[in-house]
Design a protein around this ligand. Structure first.
Ligand SMILES: Cc1ncc(COP(=O)(O)O)c(C=O)c1O
Length: 467
């Protein structure tokens, strides 16, 4: 039995999981024979499975557990808030202090002046909310045709119907009958994969902006409302757009009065070396969505910030109709909001964003050093997030067939060595909790290099890799 295949017999966690639990983002058939990796507890950057084996969580769960996997203060705040006011909603002019406090805090942190904060429970809900706000806004402004929304190939914005449509990954569309109408995908700003021969980063960025402009002109500027961008593309493979890209993209969007929506669900709260990815990448958004590290992932909560222009339009339309007819039972849930606010206090008190910036140096040094590994075609990252792309031939950038087999092999060897990373196809992502310390960064990369060595060995033995 390998590391992943736990006992599937009797009343084990694995057997019960297979019998009862339908998993997200999982090959459901394979799951019946392989079973789950069941995590039972966490401490710092480590999590422990039900066999007692400890792992460095090299992806902070899902790019999200900035404080790692234990925190007494957050547990206490949740308990106290549950005792005082376990639930209240914010529909129909109702409110509560945790939501008010958190909204104020987010406005004070925003990368550009923002007017109001809307709360939801997940990144997907936040992004679906933005799509509806943009449509609502353009109805308010008397531009009913200006409704199309652009996102990018390999962009990730979630899985609800509109968010999954924005996501530019085939697995989120295939067999789900997506994308919905009026969603357009423009080029992916990944220089390593998509630049033409001899094209510099700047030239490539110019071409991406020209392609965006052509798309807007082809569709008609009067029909294009907004563009969604993750500052750094996460689930599409950790892609840091090239220098000058966002300046050029934003110039095009401004020219045609197309809103810039920054999806900061991964990048927000220190991940890229600043509070926001927008600051690292030079973006001035009209709307910003965030989630994940908002509450260090201790409880589900997400937020959408809108600027004054967007807010005024929403206000006008809601007054005309009688209500802004959108919201979730748990929008700004008091326990989640209290935990998120305390999370932000903890970040401030421990200067977590400063710590993350300081840790970026050893993190990026280790990451870039992996570029010399025979399996690695590209090592790319910024701040405390990065990825390596595995290739069969560094010169030609040829993939190892079948696609994803190299990524899955290395991720498996990492797991065996007590390191959880995620392979997105043949890119291995690393995005540890921001509290990580220098010795833990050393250990993470030492395990990853060992996994790359073992992966290369296995692929060579199978005749798939000659490097
Ligand atoms: C950039 C980005 N946007 C949106 C989402 C969707 O968030 P959720 O899974 O909370 O719906 C994710 C999730 O990973 C994400 O990375």
């Amino acid at each position: 039995m390998n590391e992943i295949t736990r006992s599937l017999r009797g009343n084990s966690n694995a057997a019960r999981d297979i019998a009862a639990h339908l998993h997200p983002y999982t090959n459901l058939k394979k799951h019946e024979s392989e079973g789950p990796l069941t995590i039972v507890r966490g401490k710092g950057v480590y999590v422990t499975d039900d066999d007692g084996k400890e792992y460095i969580e090299g992806l902070a769960g899902l790019w999200s557990a900035a404080l790692g996997f234990d925190n007494e203060r957050l547990a206490r705040v949740a308990y106290e808030q549950m005792r005082q006011l376990p639930f209240y909603h914010s529909f129909n002019h109702r409110s509560h202090e945790p939501a008010i406090n958190l909204a104020e805090k987010l406005l004070a942190m925003a990368p550009v002046p923002m007017s109001k904060v809307f709360f939801a429970n997940s990144g997907s809900e936040a992004n679906d909310t933005v799509v509806k706000m943009v449509w609502y806004m353009n109805n308010a402004l008397g531009r009913p045709a200006k409704k199309k929304i652009i996102s990018r190939i390999k962009g990730y914005h979630g899985v609800t119907v509109a968010a999954a449509s924005l996501t530019g990954l085939p697995a989120n569309h295939r067999s789900f009958d997506l994308p919905i109408a009026n969603i357009l995908h423009t080029s992916c700003p990944h220089h390593y994969r998509f630049a033409q021969d001899g094209e510099t980063e700047e030239q490539f960025a110019t071409r991406c902006a020209e392609e965006l402009e052509q798309l807007i002109l082809k569709e008609g500027p009067d029909t294009v409302a907004a563009m969604f961008c993750e500052p750094v593309l996460g689930a599409g493979g950790v892609i840091v757009p090239p220098r000058t890209y966002y300046a050029k993209i934003q110039a095009v969007l401004k020219k045609y009065d197309v809103l810039f929506v920054a999806d900061e669900v991964i990048c927000g709260f220190g991940r890229t070396g600043n509070v926001w990815g927008c600051q690292t990448l030079g973006i001035e958004p009209d709307i910003l969505s965030c989630a994940k590290a908002l509450s260090a992932s201790f409880l589900p909560i997400s937020a959408v910030m809108v600027n004054e222009r967007v807010y005024q339009a929403l206000k006008t339309e809601s007054d005309k109709i009688g209500t802004f007819g959108h919201g979730f039972t748990y929008s700004g849930h008091p326990v989640a909001a209290a935990v998120a606010l305390e999370t932000q206090k903890i970040y401030d008190e421990m200067d977590l964003f400063g710590h993350a910036r300081r840790m970026s140096e050893p993190f990026q040094r280790h990451l870039k050093a992996l570029a010399d590994h025979p399996l690695v075609g590209e090592a790319m990252g910024v701040g405390m997030v990065g990825a390596v792309e595995l290739v069969g031939d560094k010169k030609t950038k040829a993939v190892i067939e079948p696609v994803t087999s190299a990524g899955a092999t290395v991720a498996k060897h990492a797991l065996e060595r007590g390191l959880i990373v995620r392979n997105m196809g043949d890119r291995i992502a690393i995005c540890p909790p921001l509290i990580i310390q220098p010795a833990e960064i050393d250990e993470l990369f030492s395990r990853l290099r060992a996994a790359l060595d073992a992966g290369a060995e296995e692929l060579r033995a199978a005749g798939k890799f000659g490097g």
